[in-house]
Design a protein around this ligand. Structure first.
Ligand SMILES: [Mn+2]
Length: 396
């Protein structure tokens, strides 16, 4: 059964936006364009997140206008007219008539009329940028949105589980990617939230590795950072595991540091915690752990082994909308926000002054965390991440 947001939710968002921008002002937002990939072939269409957030309208070539207090209608939608010939090729279009009834616009016009009607619409009104207002709204997830994010998390966990279970030396990274996509697609997620990273061995030290074409070798780790998108909502999970199902001593030692950092950062998440605190906790634990193993020494910067942030907002976009700071101060977490927690350690081959036994080990562990009224809930908690749980799953 496919989950959807209730149409009322889109209406509530528009009402809130109207209130925010206020009478006498007007905001306009465009649908995402279609992009040509090559020849006559387009990239799979994905509606613009802000446009979809406010309209629920899935088609390209559309404009939404928000004019609070306008007597003829506050929410005006421009969309493609019906076209029986084109619809034979590409399927039915919503069309202006149905757009008014089903998508709640008070006035709907064919997109061709946008330019001529625009002047009249904005006359005597200030045009405001909707982006910061919508970003602020998107940062706080409703129950309906959380339901969709739970589903995205669940499907992504199934993909990761499948990849762990079928992993063995001799396969390619692409083979594991296909296993992830199998679960995503089968469960209604035709799109990934971002290009899947399946990085075996030293490829794990390339943060945004997406070639996914190398052979998986016995004795190496594989890092998988992959998440599906469900009904416009993203999930974002990373797991790192041994290709042959058993961590080596060196791999386990690094893994336990990353895991300890991740668990400690997650543990503190609750309303009021400044966003930057997870990073501080991660840095503290990684620094201590790498110092204990004599990897971090002689005033070497931790950035040589951990060079990214501990997380980001998650929602319709994998790096979701919303300001991280207000007046230059890290904002406190609030119930309904969703963040990722994703520490990592990456020891590049030939790292200077580092024992070669650590070379090529790249480990990241990432979960999706909902801030609740009293603390937090890890949406991706059911996916194994301790050494023993991963080894047990892979032995099955
Ligand atoms: Mn992430």
């Amino acid at each position: 059964m496919t989950l959807h947001l209730h149409p009322n939710e889109f209406a509530q968002r528009r009402a809130k936006l109207m209130q925010t921008i206020g009478k006498g002002n007007i905001g306009i937002i465009a649908a995402a364009p279609e992009y040509l990939r090559n020849g006559d072939t387009h990239y799979p269409y994905r509606q613009d997140s802000n446009f979809y957030y406010l309209t629920g309208f899935p088609e390209p070539e559309a404009m939404a206008v928000f004019a609070p207090g306008r007597p003829e209608g506050e929410y005006i939608l421009f969309c493609r007219a019906k076209d029986p010939v084109k619809e034979i090729w590409d399927g039915p279009r919503v069309g202006p008539e149905k757009a008014r009834v089903e998508y709640g616009a008070q006035q709907v016009f064919p997109i061709q009329e946008f330019e001529t009607r625009k002047a009249e619409l904005i006359a005597n009104r200030n045009v405001v940028d909707l982006k910061p207002h919508v970003a602020e709204m998107r940062l706080h997830k409703s129950d309906g949105e959380i339901r969709l994010m739970r589903k995205a998390a669940e499907v992504s966990m199934q993909g990761h589980t499948r990849a762990m279970q079928c992993c063995r030396p001799g396969l390619t990274e692409a083979y594991l990617e296909a296993e992830l996509l199998h679960e995503f697609t089968q469960h209604g997620c035709r799109a990934v939230a971002y290009p899947s990273i399946v990085a075996g061995g030293i490829n794990s030290c390339t943060l945004h590795y997406t070639d996914n074409n190398a052979e998986l070798r016995k004795g190496d780790l594989v890092l998988i950072d992959a998440g599906c998108e469900y009904q416009y909502y993203a999930s974002d999970i990373t797991r790192t595991f041994p290709i042959n199902g058993k961590f080596s001593t060196a791999q386990r030692e690094i893994y336990e540091i990353v895991l300890a950092a991740q668990l400690a950062a997650i543990e503190q998440i609750r309303p009021g915690l400044p966003f930057s605190e997870t990073q501080q906790t991660v840095v503290k634990i990684l620094t201590q752990g790498l110092t204990d193993l004599d990897i971090l020494k002689n005033n070497v910067d931790l950035k040589n082994f951990y060079m990214h942030g501990a997380g980001h907002w998650l929602g319709m976009d994998v790096h979701d909308a919303g300001a991280y700071k207000i007046n230059d101060v890290w904002r406190p977490l609030e119930p309904g926000m969703v963040i990722t927690v994703e520490p990592g350690i990456y020891i590049a081959p030939n790292s200077k002054d580092v024992d070669p036994k650590w070379w090529g080990i790249g480990i990241r562990i990432e979960d999706d965390v909902l801030v609740t009224a009293n603390g937090h809930e890890v949406l991706t908690a059911a996916l194994p991440k301790t050494v023993s749980d991963i080894e047990a799953l892979m032995a099955k």
